[in-house]
Ligand binder design. Structure first.
Ligand code: NAD
Length: 490
């Protein structure tokens, strides 16, 4: 028999509170981007594996939904404490399987804690409404769970993205099937163990690992009522269309190309350090990363300072790895192509090798100037630590470049002018706007979600505007007094 030398045991599915083997006999290696070492191998599940998970969720869903929300939420108070207690171990897992820095991995778990705090406030937010609409006749609204819901995840936040959906969906009374990215399946298994320790009944949360085959099975399964997805726009569209065609509600978040508009009156030091941090944080592998900078008028001092800041970002020290060798090659191809088309590479992160981690996948911070809107580095999501600088004379031209992009996750403006900031807040075509903020992620209870091709479906994935996705609203009209006035509506 083949002996595997992986750091962690094989990653199986998790059904009804137990590790469960897939029947597919198909596996994929889980490789650490830090140094290319083998961490585990993960089962690629099939439709039969999904059947088991759905059955387990269906059995648990009824009992769970019947508990009052004030009882359900207790699990998440305990879970939040467990996240805090285990933050070092959870951050280390993220570091190993995703390749970001330890500081970024810790920040990811801290965000998971904040998301869980929000879920703990849900009983305060979903009381429903009651009004006497006619003498003795009352209308009321109440929130009911959707049933069995699925959540499909990307590779870039193995701890946080599961916590975008799990605490809210489960506190609101649903049972879940989650499908982590096959590139980073380890964190999710650990989160499931912590939820069990926090008292979550078996079957309320189930994990199916795998790739396209299992995602398609989720979209098709008649026992699943809702599908949420976070990943690239290409796959978000496929999932949205397939799940909706099967009459499920679907919310699918896609990729991004976030523009930072920099005006000449912007604070030089603050702008440069914000832009550098936004383009390079998590090695540029976040849907809120700055990817294009639109320099309006004379902003050369800011560009010079940005290059100084970028040179202080050292791969393997304060810059993590990118997820795979293919990702590294794709990012470097974008830079090569821009150079060939006449752009100027002011800071060049190609061919980066980190000493002692020669097997890792690193791209250094890269600043590209003289980019024109038709170049692919201006239009496409690069998902690496690369910023493409375009130049315009006016704010209106900058806004038209931003508006011309099909995505719409985030956009930021750097300026000291309230009027200019307001113009961008009003006219940028994106769901999350920053003013003098490079990564404008809304904190809870404000919701996370973009516009245009960055999100398909109604509502957002976190915060208050996620409540509608995870619940069904029931409207009840009552009359108890026989002598209550009869009118047109009673
Ligand atoms: P991805 O689309 O490749 O994968 C996401 C999920 O879809 C994974 O679980 C994967 O197994 C599955 N999948 C991949 N190909 C599939 C196919 N052909 N059919 C069905 N399922 C498929 O995304 P990724 O590379 O894991 O993550 C990076 C992307 O996610 C970036 O585009 C990034 O912008 C985006 N993202 C968006 C947000 C947001 O909030 N909008 C947040 C995080 C990441």
């Amino acid at each position: 028999m083949e002996t595997l030398t992986t750091k962690y045991a094989e990653t199986h599915n998790y059904v009804n509170g137990q590790k469960t083997e897939s029947t597919s006999n198909r596996f994929m290696d889980v490789v650490s981007p830090l140094d290319g070492s083998m961490l585990s191998r993960v089962a690629m599940s099939n439709a039969a594996d999904l059947d088991k998970a759905v059955l387990s969720a269906q059995k648990a869903a009824k009992l769970w939904a019947n508990k009052p929300i004030k009882e359900r939420v207790q699990v998440f108070f305990r879970y939040k404490t467990l996240l805090e207690k285990n933050i070092d171990e959870l951050a280390k897992l993220v570091l190993e399987e995703n390749g970001k820095t330890l500081g970024e991995a810790r920040a990811e778990v801290e965000k998971s804690i904040e998301l869980t705090e929000f879920a703990c406030s849900l009983p305060q937010l979903i009381q429903g409404e009651l009004l006497e609409v006619s003498k003795g006749v009352e209308c009321r609204t109440e929130y009911y769970p959707v049933g069995v819901v699925a959540s499909i995840m990307p590779f870039n936040f193995p701890n946080m993205v599961p916590n975008w959906t799990i605490p809210n969906a489960i506190t609101l009374g649903n049972a879940m099937i989650v499908k982590p990215s096959e590139l980073v399946p380890l964190s999710m298994i650990r989160l499931a163990e912590l939820l069990k320790e926090a008292g979550l009944p078996d079957g309320v949360l189930n994990i199916v690992n795998g790739d396209r085959e299992i995602v398609e099975a989720i979209c098709d399964h008649p026992g699943i009522d809702a599908v949420s997805f976070v990943g690239s726009t290409k796959v978000a569209k496929l999932v949205y269309i397939r799940a909706s065609a099967n009459l499920k509600r679907c919310l699918a978040l896609g990729g991004a190309k976030n523009h930072l508009i920099v005006l000449p009156d912007a604070n030089v030091a603050m702008t440069a350090s914000n832009v550098a941090a936004s383009m390079s944080g998590c090695a540029g592998q976040r849907c809120m990363a700055a990817s294009a900078m639109v320099a309006v008028g004379k902003v050369q001092p800011i560009i010079d300072r940005l290059c100084d800041e970028a040179r202080k970002i050292i791969p393997g020290e304060n810059l993590g790895a990118v997820i795979t060798l293919q990702a590294k090659q794709r990012i470097e191809r974008y830079i090569d192509e821009a150079e060939k088309m006449g752009a100027k590479i002011l800071v060049d992160g190609r061919n980066t090798i980190v000493k002692g981690k020669e097997g890792g996948f690193y791209v250094g911070p890269t600043v590209i100037d003289g980019v024109t809107p038709e170049m692919s580095v201006a239009k496409e999501e690069i998902f690496g630590p690369v910023i493409s600088i375009m130049h315009t004379e006016t704010l209106d031209e900058a806004l038209s470049i931003e508006n011309g992009n099909p995505y719409g996750n985030a956009a930021s403006v750097f300026t000291q002018s309230g009027g200019a900031a307001r113009r961008v807040m009003d006219n940028a075509s994106a769901g999350m706007i920053g003013v003098n903020i490079g990564v404008p992620v809304p904190r809870e209870p404000f919701s996370f979600g973009g516009w245009n091709e960055s999100k398909f479906g109604v509502g957002d994935i976190t915060g208050k505007s996620s409540i509608g996705f995870w619940t069904k609203l029931k409207k009840t009209t009552t009359k108890w007094e026989a002598e209550a006035q009869i009118n047109w509506m009673s």
